[in-house]
Design a protein around this ligand. Structure first.
Ligand code: GTP
Ligand code: MG
Length: 373
């Protein structure tokens, strides 16, 4: 075992053996920071060694969903049920060895679904093709955790995902960092800090070599959240827990398993028998929060037949990307009617965040007003 690996194990053990209370709060925060820095170092070294060839997947559609689970939980069977894809499914582990894409339609949106090789404990440290699979997980918008009722073990699975810097069903912490060359470190906050009071934030920052600059808290963040922001390589994805093979379960067993998965509200399906799939597809569609944008050429009515599909939080910039022509180059302004407009026909720039069912006219430079449709 390398010296680095030994250090990691030692810090992990110290964290496990320290009871969390007001007196140890700061100490644990620092240990967690130390651990995060050591893990980043391990990542860097693994990358330097090459560490296997990554999967290359071409993202397509309005959003990408990854099927994640231990081997033989029914990921490929589910992909084949939901899409026109044909991914081999069989009663032995590691049937799937690459990434198999399929396409699911929901409302006007197209959703790319990726079948993946099964994950095993230790995946985030590189076991199996864990590292490669997890790097694909990082690029998805939503993860479906597929659970086999025989071996649920969800905690270990989500721990692997977390170990790869993926945060599920969380939003990025509202903490702003600014580095500078000198002048020391200032910490300020717009809210009262309960987890990181008494210099805790500065101690954690120092573990990351952050000695000069400012940290501004816009929420009462935890040590874990501050560490995520300092580490800087975290991604935030949505997740849905799915229990497959429900055909093998009694009503009683379903209830028990559902209770053990709280706070997640699991969906029970049978990919093989095809039950529960409508509920699952609707949950996928609503979780991804699509919005419909009607493009209106100047002087003409909006096109309500074929809305452009975007995701909540996206702006005019993303709309331009979805329209034909090189509009991001010729864009001058957009006019908006609908929920995101302060008044009908408001003129906005490309950073304007759109709402569901907005009507948008795109104005371009040269040649006057024109809308792509
Ligand atoms: N009873 C039951 N069996 C299922 C169900 N879904 C899948 N299976 C079976 O479970 C086994 C594994 O299915 P796969 O779809 O290959 O599982 P996978 O998760 O893709 O497996 P890997 O690619 O090896 O990780 C097969 O024998 C399937 O027929 C289900 O809903 N009920
Ligand atoms: Mg498979």
């Amino acid at each position: 075992m390398s010296a680095l690996e030994e250090q990691i194990l030692a810090v992990e053990e110290e964290i496990r053996n320290t009871a969390y209370n007001k007196a140890t709060q700061l100490h644990i925060g620092r240990l967690k920071a130390k651990l995060a820095v050591l893990r980043l170092e391990r990542e860097t070294r693994a990358k330097g060694k090459g560490g296997g060839v990554g999967y290359s997947i071409r993202k397509s559609g309005n959003a990408t969903v990854g099927l994640v689970g231990y081997p033989s939980t029914g990921k490929s069977t589910l992909l084949n049920r939901l899409t026109a894809a044909n991914s081999e499914a069989a009663a032995y582990d590691f049937t799937t060895v690459s990434i198999i894409p399929g396409m699911l339609r929901w409302g006007g949106a197209s959703i790319q679904i990726l079948d993946m090789p099964g994950l095993i404990p230790g995946a985030s440290k590189g076991r199996g093709r864990g590292r490669e699979v997890l790097s694909v997980v990082r690029s998805t918008d939503l993860v479906l955790f597929l659970i086999d009722p025989e071996h649920p073990n969800l905690r270990a699975l989500t721990a692997e995902i977390e170990g790869a810097g993926v945060r599920i069903n969380q939003r990025p912490p509202r903490i702003v960092l600014q580095r500078s060359d000198r002048g020391g470190l200032t910490v300020s906050s717009t809210v009262r800090l309960t987890h990181l009071a008494g210099g805790g934030a500065a101690q954690i920052a120092r573990e990351f070599g952050f000695h000069n600059g400012s940290i501004v808290f816009r929420e009462d963040a935890t040590a874990d959240q501050l560490i995520d922001v300092l580490a800087g390589n975290r991604v935030y994805v949505l997740a849905i827990m799915v229990v497959n093979k429900a055909d093998l379960m009694s009503q009683q067993e379903r209830k028990q398993l559902a209770a053990s998965l709280v706070p997640y509200e699991a969906i029970f399906i049978s990919a093989r028998a095809g039950t529960g799939l409508d509920t699952l597809v609707d949950r996928i569609g609503t979780t991804l929060k699509f919005i419909r944008i009607y493009v209106k050429p100047p002087g003409l009515p909006p096109d309500r037949e074929e809305p452009v599909i975007l995701r909540q939080g996206e702006s005019v910039t993303e709309l331009l990307r979805k329209l034909p022509g090189d509009l991001s180059r010729t864009f001058k302004a957009a006019q908006i009617w609908g929920k995101s407009a302060r008044f009908p026909g408001q003129t906005v720039g490309r950073d304007h965040i759109l709402s569901d069912e907005d009507i948008v006219t795109v104005l371009v430079v040269r040649g006057g007003a024109r809308a792509a449709s």
